[in-house]
Design a protein around this ligand. Sequence first.
Ligand code: HEM
Length: 415
Amino acid sequence: MAKITKANSVGEWLDQRLNTTKFNKVMMTEYWIPKDINFLWAMGVLLATTFTILIISGIFLLMYYKPDVNLAFDSVNYTIMQEVAYGWLFRHMHGVAASVVFLIIYIHMFTGIYYGSYKQGREMIWISGMLLFVTFSAEGFSGYMLPWGQMSYWAAMVITNLFGGVPFIGDALVVWIRGDFNVADATLTRFFMLHVFLLPIVIMLLIGFHFYTLRIPHVNNQTSEDIDYDAEAEKYLSGNKKESKVIPFWPIFISKDLAVLGIFLIFYFYLVFFHYNFAMDPVNFDPANNMSTPAHIYPEWYFLWSYEVLRGFFFDVGPLKAFDIGLAAFGFANVIFLLLPWLDRDTKILPAHKRPAFFVWFWILMADLIVLTIWGKLPPTGANAWVGFFAATLFILLFIFLPVVTKIDAKKRGE
Ligand code: HEM
């Protein structure tokens, strides 16, 4: 057992029992971060903060929400919004955070793609991040069902129906997921369980794992330089702070993060108080009605790009049905980002502006995702259907050709 002596302070008492000094060094004061990074590297901390806001506001909503098809709509729209003191505030904080969290996830993801932060040693960071993306998507989808409005009901109908496309077991799978032949009370209660219990726990475990995956390879930097952390840390600790390429997480780096976080929170609360409507679909203020399908069903903005890939293939090709082609394309869109570390065949880690072919690829992908997102909300008729088709096809081609594109850059450098 450790040597226990009379402690002169609470800190010393804890240190003897928990080795807090060492813990503090490893996690904070000697956790090294590259100097050469910009505000885009604060997105991780913004995500952790937004997730905390979601948990806290969600706990308050949970005190009054009723997971029952006869009570859910009123418990949200009357009890929480009109009767409970500040219920509206917690609902708006929750709704806006749920939307904004996806905006930051996308910025975080595409920063990683731009700087090649998924490559050579950082694959596990990327994989854990993608698992977070998938669980966050399931969390967003299950939460959208809870107010039991028209969009909640019909979005659940469309998404659960997709599982019907799985060969052989499709129909049985749909019934199993719904817990009923239709989207009904059993569906609502199980999605409620997923939303408030299982998925948040998985997300918390994954965030812990994501942080752990950063320890060995460390975060990337703006020039994607392979830094010798031991040597640079020694420089810093010996007082040569100016020359060292690294800074400690605490208190130096965190102060930069907190500055970005402060600006973000101003923006976030501005949306909560003045523009919360963007996160609330007007159709969802009508109670769920299985006898009346809304004229136009679409998901929240952050799923529109993949929804449009699903809808883009609107005609049968020979024996292949449009629904099956769309479903296969949708499956492709949802797993392909996970494979990025292996599709990128460039042997070096470099930012996109130093990889000319990849740079063009990256910006075409951005433009395509924006087109898919915009057209995902429009009715899929006439010219819209064709725009969806071409944008969805381009998305797939971009990933099929990524290995070639990334090899061109390596070849041009003479590798
Ligand atoms: C709630 C979700 C998430 C949290 C809390 C989170 C947190 C963090 C933090 C704190 C960092 C270090 C600093 C930074 O670059 O911000 C980081 C890095 C990273 N994250 Fe996430 N992240 C999340 C989701 C994701 C997702 C969805 C992806 C995409 C697949 C991802 C991929 C990465 C990558 C590649 C890095 C390394 C960046 C670099 O080396 O430059 N993360 N994350």
